[in-house]
Design a protein around this ligand. Sequence first.
Ligand SMILES: CC(=O)N[C@H](C=O)[C@@H](O)[C@H](O)[C@H](O)COP(=O)(O)O
Length: 224
Amino acid sequence: MSLKLERGSLIVSCQARSDNPLHGPLFMGAMALAARDGGAKAIRANGPDDVKAVKAAGLPVIGIHKVFSEDVPVYITPTFAAAETLAQAGADIIALDCTPRPRNGDDPAELVRRIREELGLEVFADISTLEEGLAAEQMGATYISTTLSGYTQYTEPKPEAPDLALVEALSKRISAPIVAEGRYNTPELARAALNAGAHAVVVGTMITNPREITRAFVRKVAGP
Ligand SMILES: CC(=O)N[C@H](C=O)[C@@H](O)[C@H](O)[C@H](O)COP(=O)(O)O
């Protein structure tokens, strides 16, 4: 299966870090089933174990492999080896950090080329600026996603709102489908992304992270 998303598709990101009580393939697999039943058109998942588990929902899977290493900012699928484990687990497309930041890993253009040629898979580029989106398109990425806006040193501090301006700027300059991702925390914001030119929207935290959702409620309820 490759990733052929219709315009207006909702992608649900099912991820839970190791300190999250919902960490692990059992919970992420169940999240994917719930997302599918709710109408999601694809799942974004982290690591080969979770990718395998979410495949059971029968939806296309955008696989990422977060590998953290000290002193470098890039952690989303930084190496070909990380991408390979996702392919073996059944990912339908590989997402990776396509920013030009220092990494313990492979140059993103080289990674895109090898993933396409050696794994036979397409690439979903995570970027944070218009320039990075333009570069990712040149590298041969199939989808360009605003995932990292607010999370690179030069786009910090992270605002509360999603980066709709980046979606609009990318959609005016790039013919590849643009995916809006990062802080789309309400259905209205997801709709606004489509109106700004996005082809699809990824929602993570507000659908699949009850701890963060609880925190958001607590902040309002317990505040002045
Ligand atoms: C910056 C980074 O590492 N983003 C990650 C990428 O996979 C995930 O932690 C996010 O949850 C995902 O992008 C969806 O965004 P949101 O959870 O805001 O809906």
